[in-house]
Design a protein around this ligand. Structure first.
Ligand SMILES: NC(=O)c1ccc[n+]([C@@H]2O[C@H](COP(=O)([O-])OP(=O)(O)OC[C@H]3O[C@@H](n4cnc5c(N)ncnc54)[C@H](O)[C@@H]3O)[C@@H](O)[C@H]2O)c1
Length: 255
């Protein structure tokens, strides 16, 4: 019933975590997949895995902060697969640091990768999709862009901006056949959070999340797949929480 046969999908940050889980699911749904990442070893290894299964797969080493890399990524995708229907700018870094302690370097790096990098990818892919009259852009926000969590001044600012960018692009492209939506995951068990969260942060999430657990990367990937389907064509401009009930909750009494 749901098939991405004949579609090509770029996932930035596709060599790890949520990105890799999403690439796996897109491939299962029949799409040709392009992993764009700075991690060459993991990207090449994933492509080997897909190719062995007969999936059309390509790794393009891409630093999303570099416009020339992003342009080369789009060219490589259309040259190999002939079209580009889906783009998921998931490449990102994390940081937990109080506002008054965040350095200018940390701030600039966060903005460059999470925000500017996503913009460059969405803009370059969007142009190809508008030309073709069809596209699905699924951006990566976070609950940190919807709520003020301690230590999230730089990270949360990039994710809040992703929500706004998604709305603006959705409305500008609304009549073109291209939809633009975002995901807002809560904490997901990946390399990023394993490195970023100390025990106190984990305990704080445990108290605040109604489901009392982290998401699996696959649970976020399924939401991404849903927004990438041709059947989701009347949904645009939304940010879909994938958060175990976090953004819907208030006071939680656990007894
Ligand atoms: N893990 C979570 O709890 C969580 C929650 C909400 C949102 N997110 C977002 O989901 C996305 C993926 O996170 P993850 O947890 O899977 O992390 P991850 O660290 O497992 O994967 C991130 C990937 O991005 C790549 N990357 C980093 N900088 C890059 C650059 N300049 N150019 C290209 N690739 C680059 C890394 O090499 C890595 O493969 C991020 O945008 C993150 O902010 C994660």
């Amino acid at each position: 019933m749901y098939s991405l046969e004949g579609h090509s999908a770029i996932v930035t940050g596709g060599a790890s975590g949520i990105g890799l889980a999403t690439v796996r699911l897109l491939a299962e749904a029949g799409a040709n997949v392009v992993i764009a990442d700075i991690n060459e070893d993991a990207g090449a290894q994933a492509v080997e895995e897909f190719t062995a299964k007969g999936v059309g797969a390509l790794f393009v080493k891409t630093d999303v902060t570099r416009g020339e890399d992003v342009d080369a990524l789009i060219r490589a995708t259309t040259a190999r697969f002939g079209s580009l229907e889906i783009v998921m700018p998931f490449a990102g870094i994390g940081l937990e640091k109080l506002a008054l302690e965040t350095t200018r370097e940390e701030w600039d790096r966060m903005i460059a990768i999470n925000l500017t990098g996503s913009f460059l990818v969405m803009q370059a892919a969007g142009a190809v999709m508008v030309e073709a009259g069809y596209g699905r852009i699924v951006a990566m926000a976070s609950i940190s862009g919807m709520r003020g969590g301690t230590g999230r001044v730089a990270y949360g600012a990039t994710k809040g901006a992703m929500i706004t960018m998604t709305r603006v692009m959705a409305l500008e492209l609304a009549e073109t056949g291209v939809t633009v939506n975002a995901l807002a995951p809560g904490p997901v068990d990946t390399a990023l959070t394993r490195k970023m969260y100390d025990d106190e942060t984990r305990r704080a999430y445990d108290r605040a999340i109604p489901m009392r657990r982290f998401a699996l990367p696959e649970e976020v990937a399924h939401a991404a797949l849903f927004l990438a389907l041709p059947q989701s064509g009347y949904i645009t401009g939304i940010t879909l929480p994938v958060d175990g009930g976090f953004t819907s909750s208030g006071v939680i009494k656990r007894s």
